[in-house]
Design a protein. Structure first.
Lengths: 336, 445
């Protein structure tokens, strides 16, 4: 019984939150990695792109809630998601036309593009704060739990409860669908193949008649879509605050680099590596150890390796270890 | 128009702007803008050293600035009575143990042959060391934080005066500034050792991370600097307003100049700060200019412009990068210590990357990367805009919304959002400068 309790507690506090957070990071990191693979720079504006897309989703959600449109048990935000994606695509394409295109034609060094993306980050952050303000916004609706901890306890008679939130289920399901679609697109369609070819060898791709501007446009459309989805899922699961999205940049970059920047499969793996390390290192393990250890060995403290405020440190240390010992990442980088 | 005339004109324009703001918003505000402008210029000088001379992409400026601020506390505050005897020794031992663990792991890694055994031994050392470190650190930290938690609850600093009289020891803050630089230099050495060999955007991500970690440590390690509870009432190198107001000689002189004692004293204090800061800026500028025009500076630019060729000429690229990275970070640390001195308090909760990292980048880019004079100009100009965009935005919003009904939600929203125009303005300025004048206002020669 104790063993079962330990497993349930582990699932409740570590596995399920880790999987949900990992999926959000993975989708975010896919965006960073695609920009890196095709446009060849680290996009510092990615966190704020996510925030912008999510903001539109929130605004449409509020409007729908006001108009009485709902999806029943599923959060209204999913219905608003396509609007957010379209809004984000428009913003990103306009940015590309007005800002990035010039440097692409100049064949500017990647580091210049990174600095330019810092300027874009400022502007996008400003727009988001200008429209929705810098404060926390919550926009989740519908039932909070698929199974609440109390129901689970009653059902199984265990001491520990297992609560599964609606948003967590939605996050994981959406992530699976999105990743499956993306890989189908990249590997099976003509457009996707041309993107991979362009990423692999630009000159050769140009010689074989691939239109670079089309590839770049497709990349931005996919990146905006991924960013909006990742941002909305994160916002549903936690809350929406522009500054938090900016801070997500670090774990997202860490995920992309750990997996091998430029490699989509790596981005997904990296997202889960970072998410699980953050959760396991900042979780207070006492609850679980109490069940599995004999009474005489029970820990006195919380057995928390690091306080939750150091979660950035965790992604950073992993990032550094990977960079030092395996600079190309877990999967070899720069191939889409 | 020669370069000298043009540059002088640019500086005259910026200082005229500050003076105009003084007429409209009071001299107190203008002096504050000037002082923060000098500090921003010093930070920009530091970043220019890294980016403009050597092409190193550092986005962890916030962390180095915060470390400088920490130095101001650790030097300027008196030791908390009883805190060191309560747990100070334990904390020091724990930190030594932590360092020892890392050194032992690194040593083992270097000495043992590659293979599974080495990985195993290193992991064991690290895991065991970490738990020993926490076991030693945690109880001692609790002891320190229990010492009068409402007022202190931290170790305090090195100010030799007592808790009652420490603010009389004014000049100690001047020692804190170079020590702030040394703190930042130490951190930069660690990061540089680990990350400088990597590609430029990896260095960016690494510095971004280290800055967040430094802030996280300063927010959470209450025994060190009280965390988010802030350390207030730092000593300062200039006299206190209250003392000036009670001095008959000062009141008389202020009255002769047409100031009432309260306003006169605040402006006088800020003026003294401005002189001190300007002296530091002057010294650092002179040193940077000398460095730029020395063989060392030429070598750095050669490396920046063509790393492979410089390496082929026998230049040690990594070592030069490490040097300039440490120097630039140290300058940011000095500026951070100066800023904390000016504020009179250390507030880790207010360090935000947009304000302390990316804004400095805007200064360097706008001023002209590679040009010291340009960075200083950028520092003053962008800081002035950063302060003034909000009132200007509010003014514009007032005009735009003047035709709307008093209770219109759009009007309320627009006026509320005017405060957020800062970031957008900075971003637009940066993008425009990068596009149309990528070499900045005062280009590199």
């Amino acid at each position: 019984m104790d063993f079962l309790n330990a497993i349930v507690a582990l699932a409740n506090y570590v596995l399920i939150p880790g999987i949900a957070y990992g999926s959000q990071l993975a989708i975010g990191a896919l965006g960073v990695t695609l920009v890196y693979g095709i446009l060849r720079f680290s996009n510092f504006a990615h966190g704020d792109t996510m925030a912008f897309g999510t903001m539109i989703v929130i605004l449409v959600t509020w409007w729908m809630q006001g108009a009485g449109i709902s999806l029943g048990p599923v959060p209204t935000a999913l219905l608003a998601l396509p609007f957010g994606i379209v809004g984000c695509i428009v913003l990103v394409l306009v940015t590309d036309r007005t800002v990035y295109k010039f440097y692409r034609e100049q064949k500017a060094k990647p580091v210049i593009l990174v600095i330019v993306s810092m300027g874009v980050m400022f502007v996008m952050n400003g727009i988001t704060r200008f429209i929705i303000g810098p404060d926390d916004q919550s926009f989740a609706d519908g039932p909070r739990f698929v199974i609440s901890a109390r129901d689970f306890k009653e059902m199984t008679g265990l001491e520990e409860g297992l609560g599964i939130r609606t948003t967590q289920v939605i996050t994981v399901l959406t992530a699976i669908v999105v990743v499956a679609l993306l890989f189908w697109f990249l590997n099976k369609t003509r457009a996707g193949k041309s993107m991979r070819a362009y990423s692999d060898n630009e000159d050769l791709a140009l010689l074989s008649g691939i239109n670079p501007e089309r590839v770049v446009m497709m990349t931005w459309i996919i990146v905006a879509t991924l960013a909006t989805i990742a941002g909305t899922l994160y916002g549903l699961d936690k809350t929406f605050k522009p500054f938090t999205y900016f801070q997500l940049l670090l774990p997202i970059f860490a995920s992309a680099v750990v997996g091998g920047i430029g490699n989509p499969l790596g981005a997904i793996a990296g997202g889960f590596v970072i998410a699980f390390s953050e959760v396991t290192i900042t979780y207070a393990w006492k609850k679980i150890l109490v069940y599995v250890m004999p009474e005489s060995l029970e820990p006195s403290g919380l057995v928390q390796l690091m306080s939750t405020d150091y979660k950035f440190a965790v992604s950073f240390v992993i990032l550094l270890i990977v960079l030092l010992f395996k600079p190309t990442g877990l999967f070899k980088g720069q191939t889409i | 128009m020669t370069d000298t005339v043009k540059n002088t004109l640019l500086f005259v324009v910026v200082f005229t702007l500050i003076i105009i703001s003084g007429f409209f918003q009071g001299w107190n505000n203008a002096m504050f803008t000037l002082n923060m402008g000098i500090i921003s210029a010093i930070m920009a000088l530091g970043v220019n050293l890294q980016w403009g001379y050597a092409g190193l992409f550092n986005v962890g400026i916030m962390g180095f600035v915060a470390l400088g601020g920490l130095a101001a506390v650790l030097v300027g505050m008196p030791a908390t009575p009883g805190a060191f005897s309560a747990g100070g020794v334990g904390v020091v031992l724990a930190l030594l143990l932590g360092v020892g663990t890392v050194v032992a792991a690194a040593f083992t890694y270097k000495r043992m042959l590659k293979g599974r055994n080495r990985n195993l031994v290193v992991t064991v050392i690290l895991v065991f060391g970490f738990f020993a470190f926490r076991a030693l650190l945690d109880p001692n930290v609790a002891l320190i934080e229990a010492v009068n938690p409402a007022a202190t609850g931290y170790l305090g600093g090195l100010n030799p005066y007592s808790v009652e009289t420490y603010r009389e020891n004014r000049w100690i803050m001047l020692i804190a500034w170079p020590i702030g630089g040394m703190f930042a230099a130490g951190a930069a050495w660690l990061i540089g050792k680990a990350a400088l060999g990597l590609r430029s955007d990896y260095l960016a991500i690494a510095t971004l991370g280290i800055a967040e970690i430094i802030i996280a440590i300063m927010k959470n390690e209450d025994w060190l600097s009280r965390g988010v509870k802030n350390v207030n009432a730092l000593p300062r190198p200039v006299p206190f307003e209250v003392d000036l107001q009670s001095s008959a000689a000062f009141v008389e002189r202020a009255a002769a100049l047409g100031f009432d004692p309260v306003e006169g004293s605040t402006i006088f204090v800020k003026l003294l700060y401005a002189l001190l800061f300007a002296a530091v800026l002057g010294i650092l500028f002179w040193l940077s200019q000398r460095a730029l025009n020395s063989p060392w500076g030429r070598m750095l630019r050669a490396i920046r412009d063509n790393e492979v060729a410089a390496e082929a000429m026998g230049k040690d690229v990594t070592a030069r990068h490490l040097q300039v990275f440490i120097l630039g970070s140290a300058i940011c640390g000095i500026a951070g210590a100066m800023m904390t001195t000016l504020d009179g308090q250390l507030t880790p909760g207010t360090y935000q990357p947009l304000r302390f990292t990316f804004l400095i980048w805007v200064m360097v880019i706008v001023g002209g990367s590679g040009s010291n004079l340009g960075s200083i100009l950028g520092g003053f100009l962008i800081w002035f805009l950063w302060v003034q965009v909000e009132p200007i935005g509010l003014f514009i919003m007032d005009i735009i919304t003047s035709g709307m009904a008093e209770d219109s939600w759009l009007r309320a929203h627009l006026i509320d959002s005017a405060a957020q125009m800062r970031l957008m303005t900075m971003g637009v300025i940066m993008i425009l400068v990068l596009r149309f004048s990528p070499r900045g206002l005062i280009p590199e020669k």
